[in-house]
Ligand binder design. Sequence first.
Ligand SMILES: [Zn+2]
Length: 155
Amino acid sequence: MKESNYRVVPLPTEVAENARRTAHAGASDHAYVTADSPTGYPCRHCLRWAQPGEKLVLFPYASIPPGRPYSETGPIFVHAQPCTRYEATAEYPADLRSGRTFRAYNAAEEIIAAEPVATSDPESVIAKLFANPETEFLQARSADRGCYTFGIIRA
Ligand SMILES: [Zn+2]
């Protein structure tokens, strides 16, 4: 067992299942896409790259709910077929060690810091951001496109 003082928070299964149902029903803000690159389509539920040829649902997700200054809704992918929610939450997801930026939020869900993961050493960036007692949670995002990838909370 690896010790860590944080927990990875993948997309809730209910959200992934609802997105699959909504896409199936033909909603205009849900789309099917087929992965055409091995590192372009991270599934926010299993936290793995979709492999070329795998189908995903693309849809808008409110990573910070409406009604706050820092509210944010943006596009994310989940596998179109049911997948297993990421389970090793005490460990950083192996597929997503690079290409991420972390944002730190306070208890009021305001951004108080942001730091790119330039070193492929996300654990040290997590430790640095949580060293601030004001930090309530983190969001891992795509470093280039800014899309929400997963949450990180204190253990
Ligand atoms: Zn998946």
